[in-house]
Ligand binder design. Structure first.
Ligand SMILES: NC(=O)c1ccc[n+]([C@@H]2O[C@H](COP(=O)([O-])OP(=O)(O)OC[C@H]3O[C@@H](n4cnc5c(N)ncnc54)[C@H](O)[C@@H]3O)[C@@H](O)[C@H]2O)c1
Length: 388
């Protein structure tokens, strides 16, 4: 099925917007418009050969553009609801960055609007589209791990290690009341639920702030942009977590343990996920994405390489474009995911393995339960969206 008749518009051209644009271009999907500040929109349009640079943060012009079929929302978290709702109101399909919105009130509104619109609405939990995660999911569904006893893992980064590291994510009004857990922890929680085919029923969380005071540069800083040299600084009090530990109980009975940190020196962007079943175990590390390790009690452990024996199931082949030994990673997960989303828009009836608007809502509810648990220092049930 050709997807090349579909045309995209991207709101936000900071760190992740260009990752969307590159993946779309690799699929032959035209990106016909970008929106950001005047300077950012012009620079992105020039860099990627995009005909319409919409400056002045005038996203209404992008969502209303007659050539745009699918709107990608890659703006800061506080704008996701506004931008997604405007795109749906203009009759467009939406690919929204995570987290879907700031609160479950907002996500409920988006879920209702998406349902009414009958458009495809995807949330960018791109981890699902690593071949390793698709493989683990298929193996769990096949019963190859037996009963899942527990899952374990972490998501660690170090880009907010210094008190002078700054990004809008550090401000609750821009990023939300949770930071490390909402920003990267939800990637892990979405991935684990996707693999297990199960939801988190209750949580017990402990959040920590390493830098209670940080310095903010006067002027904005790009994500992963590094230090601001020679500038002027303003101190501020930090309200959101630098690191966290969460215990999880899944609906089907499995237990989970997750650690997240944005102040883990030396860890650049490492997601580690381990599954322990009654038949065998499996371990995956996003910084070695081509490798799955299977653990056994009574025989030698096995290391399998993507595309080779033990890591090459037929149903996962659509998510591998290159042969074994030709590394596929972060950027490829976007390409595979957008292929799945745009195929659905083009009429494919294949199972929607991408995160839906309901999945995006579920992650925000999970974050709210985590914050409530930490505040009350007790187990907290995770609320689920009531069916309309
Ligand atoms: N899926 C992933 O792996 C992944 C990775 C990074 C970021 N993200 C998500 O993507 C979103 C953006 O993150 P980022 O790291 O690219 O941030 P960023 O700050 O690098 O980029 C955001 C861009 O949006 C622009 N912007 C701000 N207000 C706007 C408006 N009203 N209209 C149009 N553009 C506007 C900014 O000028 C900036 O260029 C966040 O929600 C984040 O959680 C997801």
């Amino acid at each position: 099925m050709s997807l090349t008749h579909l045309r995209a518009g991207v709101i936000g051209t900071g760190f992740i917007g260009p990752v969307h644009i590159e993946a779309l271009k690799r699929l032959g999907i035209q990106v016909v418009a970008v929106c950001d500040t005047d300077a950012n929109a012009a620079a992105a349009a020039d860099r990627f050969g995009i005909p319409n640079a919409i400056g002045g943060l005038q996203y209404q012009r992008l969502v209303g553009h007659p050539e745009v079929d699918v709107v990608h929302v890659a703006s800061p978290n506080r704008l996701h609801a506004e931008h997604s709702l405007a795109a749906l109101a203009a009759g467009k399909h939406v690919v929204c960055e995570k987290p879907l919105a700031m609160t479950s009130q907002e996500t409920a509104t988006i879920v209702a609007a998406a349902k009414k619109s009958r458009r495809v609405f995807a949330v960018n939990y791109n981890l699902r589209f690593y071949a390793a995660l698709q493989t683990l999911r298929a193996m769990v569904a096949d019963g190859q791990f037996g009963r899942i006893i527990h899952v374990n893992g972490s998501y660690f980064q170090d880009w907010l290690f210094h008190d002078t590291d700054y990004n809008w994510r550090l401000l609750p009004k821009e990023g939300g009341k949770l930071r490390a857990l909402a920003d990267i922890g939800t990637h892990w929680m979405d991935a684990a639920s996707f693999i297990l085919g199960d939801h988190v029923a209750e949580v017990f969380a402990d959040l920590g702030i390493h830098h209670k005071k940080r310095q903010r540069p006067l002027g904005e800083v790009k994500t992963f942009g590094g230090k601001t040299e020679g500038g002027r600084w303003q101190p501020y009090t930090v309200e959101t977590e630098d690191y966290a530990s969460v215990l999880l109980h899944y609906g089907g009975g499995a237990h989970g343990t997750l650690s997240v940190s944005q102040v883990a020196a030396g860890r650049k962007n490492q997601l580690r996920l381990e599954i322990y079943g009654s038949k065998q175990s499996a371990w995956w590390d996003s910084e070695s994405p081509e490798q799955l390790t299977f653990g056994h009690r009574d025989q030698a452990n096995q290391v399998a390489i993507r595309g080779a024996a033990g890591f090459s199931r037929d149903e996962v082949r659509p998510y591998m474009d290159y042969p074994a030994g030709h590394v596929e990673g972060f950027a490829d997960s976007f390409k595979m995911q957008f292929r799945a989303i745009y195929s659905r828009i083009a009429g494919s009836k294949a199972a929607a393995l991408f995160a839906t608007v309901q999945d995006g809502d579920a992650e925000v509810r999970l974050c709210e339960a985590i914050l409530a648990s930490h505040t009350a220092r007790q187990w907290q049930k995770v609320a689920r969206l009531k069916k309309a």
